[in-house]
Design a protein around this ligand. Structure first.
Ligand code: WTA
Length: 641
């Protein structure tokens, strides 16, 4: 990417960064792990290497590192050089023989009504057995294992079993079509694929094995397919290739040595992609990744031993890797895995589950929050929410209206909202509040301790307060991706060349006078109206400020005079119907929030927005739609945008 092609940024009117701050409640602060968030942050930022070294000491290492950080081969940075560990030693082994072993590690439920619970000890045995099974199939250190499973315990078991023996897992979201799965398997050269016969989502049964068979046509690397029997129907098994999970695992011994890994040995590959590019095979490693994920989790979510944590993310996304599975297990707490969609069959399903399992922390995406909000407050019964003490958000900018709803209705004004900005590439949270700091609805607040973020112009110069610019991370951090699998040059070009010296996030942001950051959306989606550059999030936040709007997506359209004009696609809340008066009224709201520049010339009322399977709005498809192409089914398309 050439920096000269990056847009010149300027924003005149801002709705987002004018929100007032919310202080944490006294009772939350009293019990918080870190009360003096500012002092903690200042200390960390004074000496980030010392901070990360201390964080690393919170984990188990077979052998300590010789050096915390090595930048001799920029941008291929190394952390905890020569240190030996294994993330599974931290997720499981070290809990065995302690009181954690009898604690519930995973609670699983599916929207088809199935349930399962695993203690740490049971999970440890399950992982060991599958690890032995994989060894029997001649899988070892450095081999790639493809995983194509829904959010079921076997997904976690498979990831952990791979890591345990040093194999590299690569999970593909089970909603993806055969072509997307094939591409990933071919790129990584997987030797084994772990899947299930079927998966459940709402009242649908997905025929996953069928998709796998199609994806493997013509493939030369996959030697065996391990099939979890999740449904009841007979399944087509290919002779000499396919083996049932139970048949493989059942006879295996309950113990398996954990492979001692170098801190820099790859742990997993995870594909993600932007608007225009081919998918990128992000590589994460055992050492630094574990340190970043563990530290960020404990700090941002104020983790206690008694927490029951529910991240609604699927294991096919980075959030599913880092915070549904690895972080809670490293912390020795209970994690919830839910197969399907927790607003089915009724919108209150999620709240009933929170009550049933005593969930203390809920971590979900703005798109889901907005969907719940649109269904009306009557579903959100306070008596079901008593166990909650903290709420998280991830994946997209959370608009202030959704933030306030989440805070008031779900959090009952007691739970801090931890809006976490990060990426597949960053491995762990980069910008997120510490829970005792004042929060502003719609802002992910500041860089986490030990992380240095900035809003800059294309030459890397700091932007003035309230001016939109490129979000960069100025210094390397332990959980950063190490490369793109098989494409080191592309890794350099995409992330370190657009703005030399810094990690380029591809996002736009604004820093306000208090130093809070406001995400404005992806640079690819930026609009230029009458010479003013404006991020999509900024206009969308203003549109959703209108009481009738559940969700909105904004795109730029060519305009004779202004260069570009904004068009908003609007989904209305239950009980509102589109008409001219409402359209005028929404435009008035936008004008009030943003000034005349960003007034959307056109509003189209739609029933839903095209989204990736991880819930991000695909503005690119809306642009296609605008150009006359029909809105197509998004299954199998890229997951970012
Ligand atoms: C967006 C998900 C605003 C952003 C963890 C980023 C967000 C991309 C937030 C990464 C947030 C994620 N506020 N925007 N809290 N979290 N994003 O790789 O554009 O699926 O670059 O990682 O999502 O998406 P990814």
């Amino acid at each position: 990417m050439d920096a000269s092609n990056l847009p010149k940024l300027e924003i005149k009117n801002a709705y987002l960064h004018n929100q007032k701050a919310y202080k944490p409640t006294a009772s939350f602060v009293k019990k918080a792990n870190v009360k003096q968030w500012n002092a903690f942050r200042e200390k960390a930022n004074k000496d980030p290497l010392a901070y990360w070294e201390k964080a690393a000491k919170d984990l188990f290492w077979y052998m300590p590192w010789q050096k915390v950080f090595d930048d001799s081969e920029k941008p291929f940075y190394k952390w905890f050089v020569d240190g030996k560990t294994n993330i599974v030693a931290n997720c499981l082994d070290r809990h065995i023989g302690t009181e954690v072993e009898n604690k519930t590690a995973i609670i699983w439920e599916s929207d088809s009504g199935l349930k399962r619970k695993l203690t740490y000890k049971q999970l440890f045995y399950e992982v060991n057995k599958l690890a032995n099974g994989l060894k029997q199939l001649r899988i070892g250190k450095g081999d790639r294992v493809a995983i194509y499973l829904q959010n079921i315990p076997e997904a976690a078991i498979a990831m952990l079993a791979c890591a345990k023996i040093g194999a590299i897992h690569s999970v593909t979201y089970a909603g993806f079509a055969a072509s997307a799965l094939r591409k990933r398997i071919d790129d990584e050269g997987a030797k084994i694929l772990i899947t299930s016969d079927v998966g459940y989502r709402r009242d649908k049964e997905l025929d996953m094995k069928h998709i796998v068979d199609e994806a493997l046509q013509g493939n030369r690397t996959v030697q065996n397919v391990i099939v979890v029997q999740h449904g009841k129907k007979p399944v087509n098994m290919k002779k000499n290739r396919d083996v049932f999970y139970e048949a493989l695992v059942q006879p295996q011994p309950k113990y398996c040595d954990t492979e001692m890994m170098d801190a820099e040995d790859p742990l997993f590959i995870l594909f993600n992609s932007g608007t225009v590019e081919r998918p990128k095979a992000t590589v994460h490693v055992h050492g630094g990744y574990a340190v970043g994920v563990n530290q960020s989790f404990k700090l941002a979510f104020d983790i206690k031993d008694t927490d029951v944590f529910w991240s609604t993310a699927d294991p096919g996304w980075i959030t599913g890797h880092s915070y549904t599975i690895y972080a809670p297990l490293m912390a020795g707490i209970t994690t919830i895995m839910y197969e399907g969609v927790p607003d089915f069959p009724r919108p209150d399903k999620i709240w009933r589950l929170i009550n049933k399992y005593g969930v203390t922390i809920l971590y979900t995406a703005p798109t889901f929050i907005r969907a719940l909000m649109a269904q009306g407050d009557k579903w959100v019964k306070p008596e079901l929410l008593k166990s909650l003490r903290l709420l998280g958000s991830v994946g997209e900018p959370i608009n202030p209206e959704a933030w306030k709803w989440y805070y008031t209705k779900v959090g009952r004004k007691k739970c801090p909202i931890i809006d976490t900005w990060w990426q597949t590439e960053t491995g762990s949270f980069m910008i997120a509040p510490q829970p005792t700091m004042p929060l502003k609805p719609g802002s992910a607040t500041m860089a986490m301790p030990g992380i240095e973020a900035a809003v800059v112009d294309k030459k890397g110069r700091k932007m003035p307060v309230n001016k939109s610019g490129f979000l960069v991370i100025k210094k390397p951090w332990p959980s950063m991706m190490r490369t793109i699998w098989g494409e080191p040059q592309r890794f350099k070009e995409l992330y370190f060349e657009p703005i030399p010296g810094y990690y380029f996030t591809g996002d736009l942001a604004v820093r306000d006078k208090d130093g809070y950051l406001w995400m404005q959306g992806r640079t690819d989606d930026v609009l230029k109206i009458a010479g003013h550059r404006i991020g999509t999030a900024e206009i969308e936040a203003a549109v959703t400020a209108h009481k009738s709007v559940a969700e909105a997506a904004v795109i730029g359209k060519p305009h004779k005079i202004k260069g570009e004009s904004a068009k908003a696609f609007v989904v209305l809340k239950d009980g509102f119907s589109p008409d001219e008066k409402l359209e005028k009224d929404i435009k008035k709201t936008i004008r009030k929030q943003l000034g005349p520049i960003a007034v959307t010339d056109e509003i189209e009322f739609v029933k839903g927005l095209p989204k990736t399977r991880s819930g991000k709005v695909m503005r690119r498809l809306l642009k296609d739609h605008e150009a006359g192409k029909p809105l197509k089914n998004t299954t199998g398309l890229t997951e970012r945008h």
